[in-house]
Ligand binder design. Structure first.
Ligand code: ATP
Length: 299
């Protein structure tokens, strides 16, 4: 059930939106697809789903193409949210689940479970247009998962939600993974991907610039960060050998170092200089890695 993209390219006229993208998306995991606006995430999803034809390359899932025959196995939360505004939540979701082969009694049971879980049980008989945008998004998420898909594709599932709802959706995504669903989601927020995914790809102008297992990506980067909170001026640490970046904080600094041994030199340097509140050796962030690869900040 692995999803494979091999050398996938999509051109719109002379513009290349996705450029020779090769990926393997392992099953029963959460795969994060990162990229700034216009990087090519949505276009890639549309090609995976067969809504758009790729210009070059191949895409396979379960050793075949994804078509209508697999609708009952696939869940999709499109970027262009699109439930029917005039229809009531239950009528609409039961109908969509029926198109994917789920009997009405079962879909109502599932719907009750999800509405309860998302703390909106009283929306069942409301028209979609009566709900706030964030709540419409929760309903649309439910419509993507109601029929218990094996492969779930979520285009920016957390955008536009308040922090409480973001957490609620994240927990749901993790639970779905635990129960064996393969999940691919896009985001322009690195922290969502760092938190949820074992594997990821960062697209930049249609090209993957970082790709693989999160832990390995961080390990192979080599550089680390040190964060110091202290009650004295720490600027002198900028010139310690092995420090590649210095960022002042209101009560200390954040340093990038070439390897973790350098942290011990920094530790020596600050000891005896005054009151040190915290000293932390940290893994590089995805943003650090992105900056290094493309020479520019991500956001
Ligand atoms: P966002 O986060 O803004 O949704 P994205 O990573 O999903 O961005 P895409 O929607 O895949 O990006 O778009 C990638 C590029 O392809 C953009 O420059 C976009 O303008 C272009 N593009 C997408 N669809 C079409 C189309 N049908 N015709 C022409 N250009 C298109």
């Amino acid at each position: 059930m692995t999803l494979r993209l091999h050398n996938v390219t999509k051109k719109f006229g002379s513009f290349t939106a996705v450029d020779h993208l090769s990926l393997e998306i392992p099953e029963k995991q959460i795969f994060g697809f990162l990229g700034a606006n216009g990087a090519g995430k949505t276009t890639t999803f549309r090609m995976i789903l067969g809504l758009l034809d790729q210009t070059e390359g191949s895409i396979s899932w379960n050793d075949g193409e994804i078509g209508y025959g697999q609708s009952h196995l696939i869940g999709y939360l499109p970027e262009e949210r699109g439930l029917y505004p005039k229809l009531k939540v239950q009528d609409q979701l039961v109908y969509l689940a029926k198109l994917r082969g789920m009997p009405k009694s079962e879909s109502i049971k599932e719907l009750d479970y999800w509405l309860e879980r998302f703390k909106v049980p009283d929306y069942k008989h409301k028209k979609v247009e009566e709900l706030s945008k964030g709540n419409q998004q929760k309903i649309q998420f439910i419509s993507a998962v109601l029929h218990k898909p094996k492969l779930l594709i979520l285009d920016e599932p957390f955008s536009g939600l308040d922090p409480v709802n973001v957490e609620m959706l994240k927990e749901a995504v993790v639970d779905l993974k635990e129960s064996g669903t393969s999940i691919v989601f896009s985001s322009h927020r690195m922290e969502h991907v760092e938190e949820l995914c074992e594997h990821l790809c960062i697209l930049h102008h249609g090209t993957p610039v970082v790709h693989g297992r999160l832990k390995e990506i961080k390990r192979s980067f080599g550089k680390k960060n040190v964060r110091v909170h202290a009650e004295f001026d720490t600027r002198f640490l900028e010139s310690v050998s092995g420090v590649t970046k210095y960022k002042a904080l209101s009560d200390g600094c954040e340093l990038q170092i070439i390897n973790e041994e350098v942290s011990q030199d920094i530790f020596q340097e600050i000891s005896g200089k005054g009151f040190v509140r915290t000293f932390n050796l940290e893994e590089p962030t995805l943003n650090d890695i992105f900056i290094e690869k493309v020479g520019a900040s991500y956001e």
